[in-house]
Design a protein around this ligand. Structure first.
Ligand SMILES: Cc1ncc(C[n+]2csc(CCOP(=O)(O)OP(=O)(O)O)c2C)c(N)n1
Length: 542
């Protein structure tokens, strides 16, 4: 049988080890759906909303380290999916987002569901294109995968016209070229980097999400140990980029501007490594940027756009994060006595900083009365196995999820950098499909869970045993320090019933109202080997 345009897509996915296609199809995607029968190696994961399909592809991409591929339906389907395409774009998650387009001989009639898809996707993707023939598709597919995978990784978009998918072709898909990028970076810059670090007394290293995405956590640990530096995770993290039980780990960074400045300005040097979000808060607090300009900065990144983005950097170093950190560790060793002396001094300061953080952390739990979000998260911490992947969309409690749980293994925290709600339930499904041997637990606010509760159906339908923990505050949004809770945001009249909601999608749920019951409920849910919803009714006090 002759090869059709759609076969080029399936063959490319197969060759790249991508065995899942996430989506929600319609008429324009029928050539793809029809082709699934001939390509049984590719399994279609059906979502009941396009943003769930994109979220699941995000989770799968992070869990496998390969680009997630998702197929949406013309303009309204793409529009539905753009919320999480945005999150993937800000989180550096490689995706190939596709959407069926009408037959190109029909587009001039502006048919139902039609719009300029390439333009719709353009501002939220690294690259957006539409092939005019299967022969063009054979070239653009490997380009799409190459662009998605090249640091900074991110989503790309391909519109797939019906006629291009259906046309017969002799073209074969080109292989995808992986680029080596920066390697260990410039030797002089590395030498200047370690020298400046050795000359500082209170250096604070900020471990950014690009570290985790690049698989460079171990290399970062080795460099931090060599230099004895205190390490904090970047604010609003999409990942944990340094093991939280390590003696050099000094906690997460807050995202509010004043708190962030306060947390870092006692350092005499900031070492930003793969920091993705340098403007982590949502409000405008005056002209100053989030980071204090009184502390000099060393910056290592694989993305030139992020380096010296807001102000000059004392020593910039462009490098692959793994290779760059490994080379920095070697450069540090060459400092000899200077390095050893500096390490001892750095370590003393790091130990004091960690001790201070651990005290603050303990206070957050001890001060709690009743089933507060802090008590609920602490109870989770007591039962989650160490290899659990925690998906964090707990909104006002997301800082607690970062801070009160221990993360010792790479890939054990997933968040979305963009701040758009509605990613966690779908992402958890994709993560579990990618890593079936790790427990996957989504911890979400009640409001966040209600963006796309139908993600639970995809978990049930595809038998994906995710535990969905809903911290039910009965409110859409965090308390404001000044005003208490905002008006018009209560979710209690009527109160959504998450157990009934789970059951509507074929998933068993349980409601917990006492701190003592949280552990048993989560333990049982983890042991069920089926998707489960655990609704925790928390008090509004944080
Ligand atoms: C797509 C999207 N819509 C709206 C918002 C604005 N927003 C931020 S937090 C929030 C409320 C979240 O409620 P919930 O999950 O219950 O959090 P909690 O009240 O538990 O802190 C809203 C609506 C957003 N960030 N993203």
């Amino acid at each position: 049988m002759a090869r059709r345009g759609r076969d080029l897509l399936f063959e490319t996915l197969k060759r790249e080890g991508i065995d899942r296609l996430f989506g929600n199809p319609g008429t324009t995607e029928l050539p793809l759906m029809d082709g699934l029968a001939a390509h049984p190696e590719i399994q279609y994961v059906l979502a009941l909303h396009e943003d769930v399909a994109v979220a699941a592809a995000m989770g799968w991409a992070v869990g496998t380290g390969r680009p997630g591929v998702v197929n949406l339906h013309v303009a309204p389907g793409l529009a539905h999916g753009l919320g999480n395409v945005y999150n993937a774009w800000r989180s550096r998650i490689p995706l190939v987002v596709t959407a069926g387009q009408h037959d190109r001989r029909y587009v001039h009639q502006e048919p139902v569901l039609w719009a300029d898809l390439v333009a719709m996707a353009k501002p939220l993707t690294k690259w957006s294109a539409e092939p005019a023939s299967p022969e063009e598709l054979a070239v653009l597919l490997p380009r799409a995968l190459k662009v998605a995978r090249t640091p900074p990784e991110g989503p790309v978009f391909l519109a797939l016209p019906h006629d291009v998918l259906w046309a017969e072709t002799d073209a074969a898909p080109d292989p995808v070229t992986a680029l080596p990028a920066w390697g260990p970076g410039d030797a002089q810059a590395r030498a200047a980097f370690v020298r400046a670090l050795a000359e500082s007394r209170r250096p604070l290293m900020v471990a950014g999400d690009a570290v985790s995405r690049a698989g460079a956590v171990e290399a970062l640990v080795a460099f931090a140990e060599a230099a004895g530096v205190a390490v904090v995770n970047e604010p609003l993290p999409a990942a944990i980029n340094f093991p939280t039980t390590h003696p050099l780990y000094a906690g997460p960074l807050p995202s509010g501007r004043a708190a962030l400045r306060h947390a870092v300005e006692e350092a005499d040097l900031l070492v930003l490594v793969g920091v993705v979000n340098q403007a982590p808060h949502a409000g405008y607090y005056g002209s100053q940027e989030a980071w204090p300009d009184t502390v000099p900065v060393l910056q290592l990144h694989d993305d030139p756009h992020e380096v010296a983005k807001f102000r000059p950097v004392a020593v910039p170093l462009l490098a692959d994060l793994q290779a760059g950190l490994t080379a920095l560790t070697a450069a540090w060793a060459e400092l000899g006595a200077l390095g050893e002396q500096a390490r001892e001094e750095h370590r003393r300061w790091a130990a004091a900083r960690r001790a201070r953080w651990l005290e603050e952390r303990a206070r957050r739990v001890d001060g709690a009365e009743g089933l507060t979000p802090a008590a609920a998260v602490a109870a989770l911490g007591a039962v989650l196995p160490p290899d659990t992947v925690v998906v964090n969309e707990a909104v006002s409690a997301s800082g607690l999820v970062q801070e009160l749980l221990d993360y010792t293994q790479p890939g054990s925290l997933f968040g979305a950098k963009g701040g758009g709600l509605g990613h966690s339930l779908g992402a958890a499904v994709g993560l579990k499909l990618a890593q079936p041997h790790r427990p996957v637990v989504a911890v979400t606010g009640d409001g966040a869970a209600l963006y796309y509760p139908q993600a639970v159906w995809t978990a049930a339908h595809h038998e994906v045993p995710v535990v969905f923990v809903i911290l039910n505050l009965h409110a859409l949004g965090a308390p404001s320090a000044a005003a208490g809770f905002y008006p018009a945001m209560d979710l209690d009249a009527p109160a959504p019933d998450f157990v009934a909601l789970a059951e509507a999608f074929g998933v068993a749920g349980v409601r917990v109202e006492q701190a003592a019951d949280v552990r048993d409920a989560v333990r049982e849910a983890l042991a069920a080997n089926a998707p489960r919803v655990v609704e925790i009714r928390v008090t509004k006090a944080l």
